[in-house]
Design a protein around this ligand. Sequence first.
Ligand code: KG4
Ligand code: ZN
Length: 339
Amino acid sequence: MRILGLETSCDDTGAAVIEDGRLLSNIVAAQLEHSQYGGVVPEIASRLHELNIYRTAGEALVAAAIDRQDLDGVAVTYGPGLAGALMVGLNFAKGLAQSLDIPFVGVDHMEGHLWANFLSSPEQLDDRPFLCLLVSGGHTHIWRVDGTGNYALIGATVDDAAGEAFDKGARLLGLSYPGGPAIQKTATGMDSTVVKFPRPFVGTEHCNFSFSGLKTALYYYMQKLTDQLSSEQLGEIAAGYQAAIIDCLMDRLHQAVKLTGLKRVFIAGGVSANQHLRNRMDDWSANTDISCAYPPLEYCTDNAAMIALAGYQRIMAGQNDSLSLDINPNLRLDKIAQD
Ligand code: KG4
Ligand code: ZN
């Protein structure tokens, strides 16, 4: 079974082909235009998706060495995300599925991230249950996954997402967007113990997160500075801030393992690209009987391969959608899981 996956929820136009759970191609047309504005501009995003989607989908078919007639289904992100951007992908997917008379399925973007860990190991797709920390620009969740569509929320942020903490922190530090990679780069090789930031909720019984206080602490720290920052000071602040975010993520994940007794743990979403977080996962795996894993870097940030894989599983489970499915910019995976 060959599925074309499409992803246009934010600022990357993605198209990918999965064959029987194995990835054949994965094309991402990144929209670099947004970096000059310090964040994603919705109108520009939808216009560029519109310009790129046809070519990107075509490139995914060529790279997979198949024709559109070889497709058995189309999977597309229908939320959460930017309304105009989602609409471009959804309408394109519907048109394609209709014209080829093949199954069509809408995928929650976060559900896509959840399965990204299996793009490089599809043979493990049926090894469940497991825990997954989903950390992106808008979400910070810990999920227990028992099967396709069978997800239980174990913990979530009560305010900002971890990616948001990186992005807002970077802005306060005068670094570029997206903030995660910029903070990671500035913090690399720097002492993270010189500047200390709070670690909200660490040591508590529940598995929730809170990052807004951390961002406020950085704001006040920067306000108090009177002299021009040296690059070493900037690096130490970035390293301290990054360490605080990662400590919170790891502590809550440890707590989730303690509460659920599960020993397979994954991370996914843009923040799972963070090298400091990946190192901590490696250490955890090496020193305990917990098996920790993370996706290859290209599957951490937004891509259509993860949408194709999630869609493939839904189509295999007979969970197709009707062509009347609409976008849902505020889609919530915990709501889908309850339905
Ligand atoms: O999953 P994603 O690409 O898009 C959303 O679905 O939101 O995640 C984007 C987020 C941004 O907040 C970005 O700063 C963060 O992922 N990010 C990182 C790194 N790379 C991307 N955060 C920390 N370290 C990184 N290396
Ligand atoms: Zn994402």
